[in-house]
Design a binder for this molecule. Structure first.
Ligand code: AR6
Length: 173
């Protein structure tokens, strides 16, 4: 299962599915979420709004995933996940972040897709220290069954500094 780390705008990538670092409401926001909604067009917001709420205003609890079409994006699907807000590290942040990656790959397999790109989930507005988040991402992805050579993972960082952190974490696994 090859894992590549790149510096790029995730909305430009031509993969089967990109992952969105969303919030539980799934109705858009800033950062990569805002960029994905802008590039996908208003149909994405409508698709998200149509997803059922599990509690008032919650369409995707932290660590879980939901899937929609990619609409105007050059991808077939968007997998929306919600990373944990960093609260110092003793509020199950690592486990919840790990669930984001693992559940995204589960959906990828269920939909028989092969290529996926992740942003640095939780590393922006949600405040997760990048070195710690990268270690969780690398450990989780490298823990996946490696016999599945048909799955190709891209870790899409928005700066070279972030790319170096994620590459370093992968090298350390
Ligand atoms: N392509 C790739 N990475 C990007 C892009 C892009 N176009 N834009 C930003 N990033 P964030 P979070 C990087 O804040 O921390 C939203 O408002 C960014 O530099 O997008 O999980 C949601 O609605 C950072 O490294 O996501 C939630 O409310 C990484 O993506 C909240 O932010 C994640 O930063 C989620 O916060």
């Amino acid at each position: 299962m090859p894992i590549t780390v790149v510096t790029a705008d995730i909305t430009q990538l031509r993969v089967d599915t990109i992952v969105n670092a969303a919030n539980p409401g799934l109705l858009g926001g800033g950062g990569v979420d805002g960029a994905i909604h802008r590039a996908a067009g208003p149909a994405l917001l409508n698709a998200c709004r149509a997803l059922p709420e599990s509690a008032p205003g919650v369409r995707c609890p932290t660590g879980e995933v939901r899937i929609t079409p990619g609409f105007d994006l050059p991808v077939r699907y968007v997998i929306h996940t919600v990373g944990p807000i960093w609260q110092g590290g003793d509020h199950d942040e690592a486990e919840l972040l790990s669930h984001c990656y693992r559940n995204s790959l589960r959906l990828l397999r269920e939909h028989r897709l092969h290529t996926i790109a992740f942003p640095a989930i939780s590393c922006g507005v949600y405040g997760y220290p990048a070195t710690l988040a990268a270690a969780v991402a690398a450990a989780t992805l490298c823990d996946e069954p490696t016999h599945d050579a048909s799955i190709d993972i891209t870790l899409c960082c928005f700066s070279d500094a972030m790319r170096a952190i994620f590459q370093g974490a992968l090298n350390a696994v």
